[in-house]
Design a protein around this ligand. Sequence first.
Ligand SMILES: Cc1cc2nc3c(=O)[nH]c(=O)nc-3n(C[C@H](O)[C@H](O)[C@H](O)COP(=O)(O)OP(=O)(O)OC[C@H]3O[C@@H](n4cnc5c(N)ncnc54)[C@H](O)[C@@H]3O)c2cc1C
Length: 397
Amino acid sequence: MEILIVGGGAAGLMAAVCAKERAPGAKVTILEAGPRVGKKLLSTGNGRCNLTNTGAAPASYAPAGGLRALERMPPARVMEKFERMGLQLRLEGEGRVYPASDAASSVLDTLRLTAAHLGVEEVTGFCAVRAQAARGRFLLEDGEGKRVAGDRLILATGGRAASKVTGYDLARGLGHSVTPLRPGLLPVKTDGAGIKGLNGVRVKCAATLLRGERAVLRQEGEVLFKDFGLSGIAVFQLSRALARLGGDAIALDLLPGFTEREAGEFLRARAETLSWRETDAFLLGMFHKNLARNLLAAAGIGPGLAGEVRAERIALLARLVKHWRHAVTGTPGFESAQVTVGGVPMDEVEERAMASRVCPGLYLAGEILDVDGPCGGYNLNWAWASGAVAGESAAAQ
Ligand SMILES: Cc1cc2nc3c(=O)[nH]c(=O)nc-3n(C[C@H](O)[C@H](O)[C@H](O)COP(=O)(O)OP(=O)(O)OC[C@H]3O[C@@H](n4cnc5c(N)ncnc54)[C@H](O)[C@@H]3O)c2cc1C
């Protein structure tokens, strides 16, 4: 039996290892467009590769449903698999798992060495542009006329996030549909003077994505101001909801432990205690000085002494500190994204085997599918789990 795997990324490498372990006599070939496999893995987790999350469960992902592969291959089994391949792991905060070496290259080396030892073949520089299924066989062609044939095909071509090549047309050619593709886990562009001069400033706060006045999603964490808008983990998480559900604004709550009334009382008391300070120094010690300056400007608090600021201005400042609204104007696009929202819908895939329901012998795994998870190791976890299940199932049939 010959198993072809298009895409030598996280899902494709794991699929190859699991297929070969399941059927050692099968010929397993990875066809990768790039000059080497697993390039993207090296830049994951800021070069450290946050490879899974102990809390990853079907409910962690969007859209809901269709993720029983994660039950077959939960994070504990993903970790066990890597440890058996010789990778030492380290658990950090919020369930994030990294290689103990702190180097993403260790993850890739582990997979490559295991795949080579098992006899997986790697063909690089093969960008598949056409896939055909006929009489139980698959025929793949690259753009230069090279052809490869096999009995089973696993599409593990990833998504559009930070990638120039994709496999969506291959999936379409084999009868699948593809839902609209949008960038996820990325900064958000915002408009307005609010962020002027704040590039590089970080704040721990709660960020809420709003559609009209309705809160779509609230996320506590770090927000990083950029000259074009908002970034940081909290905004990354909101960007997935923005991609799926839409949104007009992000409201920042800079004092999430306070109600608006408490924030007002706190600021009034502060203005009394620090009545001698110039207004431009009133918020120093609470917020970064540029952030303080922008908040005061937005609340219309001009030069003078803190003790002389009128009560309604303090109330406006409290409102701003609790609901600082930034209109969303877009995102920087797929180049800046960590994940693709959208893809081949899971209802076209038999979820326990990752087998196509429309094309017998075809399997799909990883980001090509319409499945995305939050920051924190969830997306690689999906790639490993779905890749492992696809590889085992393809080899088992
Ligand atoms: C900067 C960055 C940091 C990230 N950090 C993390 C992290 O720390 N933790 C986490 O969980 N997730 C992280 N992610 C997300 C994670 O990397 C992806 O979700 C995951 O790699 C998807 O795996 P995949 O195998 O489906 O796709 P990929 O890893 O993208 O692999 C797909 C492969 O297929 C190849 N390919 C595509 N089309 C074709 C074709 N037509 N013919 C041949 N080959 C083709 C590509 O060249 C690529 O090598 C990060 C993403 C980015 C961009």
